[in-house]
Design a protein around this ligand. Structure first.
Ligand code: NAD
Length: 348
């Protein structure tokens, strides 16, 4: 029987609850579709930082390298560890070390979920560059604590990085409805974003079957609210993609429904799957976190591992559950009730 090794990093807060829920569902899918999951859980989190002074051990990346995939719940506990420390100590190093340069986030309404918009028929795939750009980590602070203090945060756009994320996005568009919208701010940012636009035009020549639109990030934010149904695949830099996908989560009904995958396309390294949301300290420990975003991220993991039939069945079970009115509004059902309904639909 095919067995997939999974590194689980449940993390903090509701990250733990939604990881448990996801594994409960995926184990049922594995049994039903004839494969096995072999998970190993790592306690890397803000609690681990408080105990050890680091978000993960020094050999953490090497430890993860040989797994088939990594599944992460959510990391962050701002009361004890600054967010900049938890993010730069775990999530960002994993994305960069394993060249998970494509962050993919689907935005559409599941059955019976009423988003905040009038638009209903949207189906957007956001692709965010995940390793460089505004989050490259280049910069510094000088004269700290003096009136002359200076902080710089330098965006880094390489030809290699921009070409590969655009090719990835064009491939996705080719396999969907054939339209790609590239989002920049090239009127104001005249080096990096003009460069991105130029490379988009170059790569577009390799994909004559894909139509391309160029939009500025501000106009795109409005479009995602006014006419999201016109969008197919959207590609953006690290910061812009980060912001747009929270907007995407909002229009699909909330963070509890927004899934994501950090893909390392050449498959030399493991990819990582995680819901868009964070550790939600405000609802942690209350059994009311919606696990759908996390379970949908598990669907993306099964797809990546090559278990397309099982992935489709889990997604269909999620749709059956929301179609029955389960998990369609924050606080309507407990985490356990939503998980049980999805498992029941999967086993039916
Ligand atoms: P958050 O996503 O944790 O929560 C924002 C709001 O959405 C909260 O009101 C929360 O209750 C709600 N929410 C989130 N997920 C939900 C779910 N599954 N079901 C129901 N409601 C849900 O964002 P935040 O409050 O800005 O950040 C909290 C911590 O999480 C911070 O430390 C932050 O750095 C971290 N964070 C981590 C990740 C990650 O690990 N990928 C992502 C975002 C934020």
């Amino acid at each position: 029987m095919k067995t997939y090794s999974l590194a689980l990093i449940p993390g903090d807060g509701i990250g733990v609850d939604v990881t448990n829920a996801t594994m409960d569902v995926l184990n049922v899918a594995a049994r039903r579709f004839g494969f096995a999951l072999s998970p190993q859980s790592f306690p890397w989190s803000c609690e681990y930082y408080v105990e050890t002074g680091a978000m993960m051990p020094e050999d953490g990346i090497e430890t993860l390298r040989n797994f088939d995939a990594i599944y992460l719940g959510a990391v962050g506990w701002p009361d004890t560890v600054p967010d900049s420390v938890s993010l730069h100590g775990l999530l960002l190093p994993i994305r960069k070390a394993f060249m998970q340069y494509a962050n993919i986030r689907p935005h559409r309404l599941l059955p019976k979920i009423e988003g905040p918009l009038k638009a209903e028929g949207f189906d957007i795939l956001c692709i965010r560059e995940n390793t460089e750009g505004e989050y490259a980590g280049a910069g510094g602070r000088v004269h700290q604590g003096t009136p002359n203090e200076v902080a710089t945060e330098v965006s880094v756009f390489t030809r290699l990085g921009v070409e590969r994320i655009l090719r990835f996005a064009f491939e996705q568009a080719r396999n969907r409805r054939g339209h790609l919208t590239s989002v920049t701010k090239s009127n104001a940012q005249k080096y990096s974003m003009v460069f991105w636009d130029e490379v988009t035009r170059e790569i577009a020549e390799e994909y004559p079957d894909v139509t391309v639109s160029h939009m500025h990030i501000d106009a795109m934010a409005a479009k995602m609210v006014m006419t999201p149904q016109d969008l197919d695949v959207v590609v953006a830099s690290n910061l812009f993609g980060d912001i747009l996908t929270d907007l995407g989560a909002a229009i699909q009904g909330g963070l509890g429904l927004a899934a994501s995958a950090n893909i390392s396309p050449d498959r030399a390294n493991p990819s990582m799957f995680e819901p868009v949301h964070g550790s939600a300290p405000d609802i942690a420990g209350k059994n009311i976190a919606n696990p759908i975003a996390a379970i949908w991220s598990g669907v993306m993991m099964l797809e990546h591992l090559g278990e397309a039939t099982a992935a489709a069945a889990v997604l269909s079970a999620i749709e059956t559950a929301t179609g029955q009115g389960i998990g369609i509004r924050p606080g309507l059902n407990t985490t356990d009730e939503i998980t049980t309904a999805i498992i029941a639909a999967l086993e039916a």
